[in-house]
Design a protein around this ligand. Structure first.
Ligand code: SF4
Ligand code: SF4
Length: 320
């Protein structure tokens, strides 16, 4: 009997999700034994034509990590969608946009200008920019088009499941793969797998008290007490707006949650939820005093939306 087919792909992302798959340690051998690995360019020498020659729907499970930044990312998203029975947005970049989508706070033009002209170490007197197609004596060279905005995988193609995390934690990855390998009934399409149904606060275990904040601190300004809620201490912890599932890893290391597991269940916009939570604990009514307290958040967009700009209600900075 032929084995179920598994594909993994890496679009606009750092590659940490692929490393996290390998971090399931010796269990990767059981995964490799159970599945027929038909595409994993990061780990093995596959070509796009290996996927193109498969019949539609031939791949049983595809873990697609990375956001959609370029035309190549989009081409592979559409190709793997057509070839896969179950397509999973694997990790924060594919699910919510994550760090690559912070670029949605600026424009394509500004990014290219910085990268190819404005940095002090760049020598480019003719202002040369990459173009999708260029004629050379040998023929025409083609490189992927760099899009104006970063999109999530589900903003480009239909997706069956979502696995959050930057990266998803290896025990959670293993739990999902084991469920598939044991033939367990998966939840309905559209569900989040490999995570909890509560908030990071619910699994952090630190006692929370009535908070009234007169000042917010950056992590370098305060040595946090280890047995007290970090937000109570004035550190901006995204726990109230973030889905559980990681085991509150950062908080257990005495660092605030940054929000990488994405919006908590039933939360549409992670940043808006956190702004709302913070608004209710700021101990001031005078606008000037409120502004002074909020100066403790030097990068509001990058703090509240670090992992979720593309999936947020705004999606990108409006430039017109
Ligand atoms: S805000 Fe942070 S430290 Fe406080 S309970 Fe939530 S996750 Fe824990
Ligand atoms: S504590 Fe927050 S930032 Fe840290 S791994 Fe968990 S969800 Fe991600």
């Amino acid at each position: 009997m032929s084995k179920p087919k598994l594909a993994l792909y890496w679009a606009a992302s750092c590659g940490g999700c692929e490393v996290a798959v390998l971090d399931v340690e010796e269990h990767i051998l059981a995964v490799a034994d159970f599945f027929d690995l038909v595409f994993w360019p990061c780990a093995l020498d596959f070509k796009y034509r290996d996927v193109e020659r498969l019949p539609d729907g031939a791949i049983d499970l595809c873990l697609f990590n990375g956001a959609i930044r370029t035309s190549e990312n989009e081409h592979l998203a559409r190709l793997l969608r057509a070839k896969s029975k179950v397509l999973v947005a694997f990790g924060s970049c594919a699910m919510d946009g994550c760090i690559p989508a912070l670029a949605n706070l600026t424009t394509r033009e500004a990014i290219l200008r910085t990268a190819y002209q404005d940095t002090p170490s760049t020598l480019n007197r003719d202002g040369v920019r990459p173009v999708p197609r260029v004629a050379v004596p040998e023929g025409e060279l083609e490189i992927p088009e760099f899009y104006e905005s970063v999109r999530t995988l589900a903003q480009v193609v239909p997706v069956e499941y979502f696995i959050p995390g930057c990266p998803p934690q290896p025990p959670q990855i293993l739990a999902v793969l084991s469920a598939v390998m044991q033939g367990a009934q998966l939840p309905p399409p559209g569900s989040v797998l490999g995570a909890g149904q509560k908030t990071c606060c619910d699994e952090c275990g630190r006692p929370r008290n009535e908070k009234r904040l007169k000042r917010l601190y950056r992590v370098l300004e305060l040595e946090a007490k280890p047995a007290e809620c970090l937000l109570d201490q004035g550190l901006l912890c995204m726990g109230p707006a973030t889905r559980s599932g990681c085991g509150a890893l950062c908080v257990k290391a005495n660092m605030p949650c940054r929000g990488c597991y994405g919006p908590a269940p039933d939360v549409t916009d992670q940043g808006a939820k956190m702004i709302s939570a913070l608004s209710s604990v700021i101990d001031a009514t005078d606008p000037a005093e409120i502004n002074r307290i909020l100066e403790g958040v030097p990068d509001p967009a990058g703090t509240f939306y670090r992992f979720s700009v593309a999936a947020s209600l705004l999606h990108r900075r409006q430039t017109q």
